[in-house]
Design a protein. Structure first.
Length: 309
């Protein structure tokens, strides 16, 4: 069925191969389509337990690697399409301009001190507890469990009171993805340090992380559409037609040429030179050489056909 407009996952797929195949059913007609992935930490635990039921150790190792890659994709702070293509050994120079991280890039900051606090806390509690407990200790929560273990007496108890549970959870997850921590899902999700954590703890290296996203209102998509500011709907549709023609000629999906977000900027800014076209998000040197002249001609032709009011 070529005209599927929306694909939603209500839990985490076991691997990227399955996710890629399922989301690939949307938009096969070249028209816009959306994919939404909803997941939580419990999904990861559930899938990992299913994987651990296998008696084949080699197969288990492969499936764990695939699951980790799927989690890394879902929590990526860069263009998701680049992550997806990278998994399959392909490269993409620019961001796709369509995914959530391209539309609203996460803010990055020097998280060296936060990372050292988090890693120190994991070490101080004996590398025997999961993420939720470590976050509670960092934030100085006064719980019976923390008191029973005497962790309210640790130097790391309460060193992160200035940040929320969401922020510290995000920091710990990113430390896992960067290889500074290991989360043993099969052993109650206990966090342990890796050898890579040592230079960070010593202060020999610095680390940038992304700030966690806050929940967006239901009107975010409308705001994004409004922010595109398409001043000329006729030109926008003409550019989409041109994109479809080029993609058909090259036997590639339309988004490989340019995303809707890039076309909308063209229809708004009306670039009249290659230099101006390069200023538009999603247009790099490679795409400029391949498609720039055709799109500039279409824009110029449209400008010439529109009479000033």
């Amino acid at each position: 069925k070529p005209n599927v407009r929306f694909v939603v996952h209500f839990d985490l797929p076991k691997n990227i191969e399955g996710y890629y195949q399922e989301t690939g059913r949307a938009g096969r007609d070249g028209l816009p389509a959306d994919a939404l992935l909803l997941f939580g930490a419990q999904d990861i635990v559930t899938v990992r337990r299913l994987v651990d039921n296998s008696d084949n150790e080699e197969q288990k190792r492969i499936e764990v690697h695939k699951l980790n890659s799927m989690v890394a994709f879902a929590e990526a702070l860069t263009c998701r399409r680049r992550v997806l293509l990278g998994y399959f050994g392909d490269e993409q120079e620019e961001g796709c301009g369509n995914c959530d991280t391209c539309h609203v890039p996460p803010e990055r900051y020097d998280a060296t001190e936060d990372a050292r606090k988090a890693l120190s806390c994991v070490y101080r509690v004996g590398q025997r507890f999961g993420m939720k407990y470590v976050v509670d200790v960092i934030r100085g929560m006064d719980t019976e469990r923390i008191r029973n273990f005497g962790h309210d007496k640790l130097s790391t108890w309460g060193i992160g009171r200035g940040r929320s549970e969401v922020e510290w959870s995000s920091i710990l997850r990113q430390l896992i993805h960067h290889g500074f921590l290991v989360q043993d899902i099969a052993n109650y999700s206990v966090l342990t340090l890796t050898d890579s954590a040592r230079p960070l703890l010593r202060g020999d290296i610095r680390l940038e992380l992304g700030r966690p996203r806050l929940k967006q209102s239901s009107g975010r998509r409308k705001k994004l559409s409004a922010d595109l500011g398409i001043h000329d709907e006729l030109l926008f549709e003409r550019l989409r037609e041109l994109r479809k023609e080029l993609s058909d000629e090259q036997n590639v999906p339309p988004y490989v040429v340019f995303s809707d977000a890039t076309l909308s900027q063209m229809a708004t800014l009306l670039p009249d030179s290659k230099v101006a076209l390069l200023d538009i998000h999603g247009v790099g040197d490679k795409k400029l050489r391949r498609y720039g002249e055709a799109f500039l001609d279409a824009i110029a032709e449209h400008r010439g056909s529109v009479q000033p009011a």
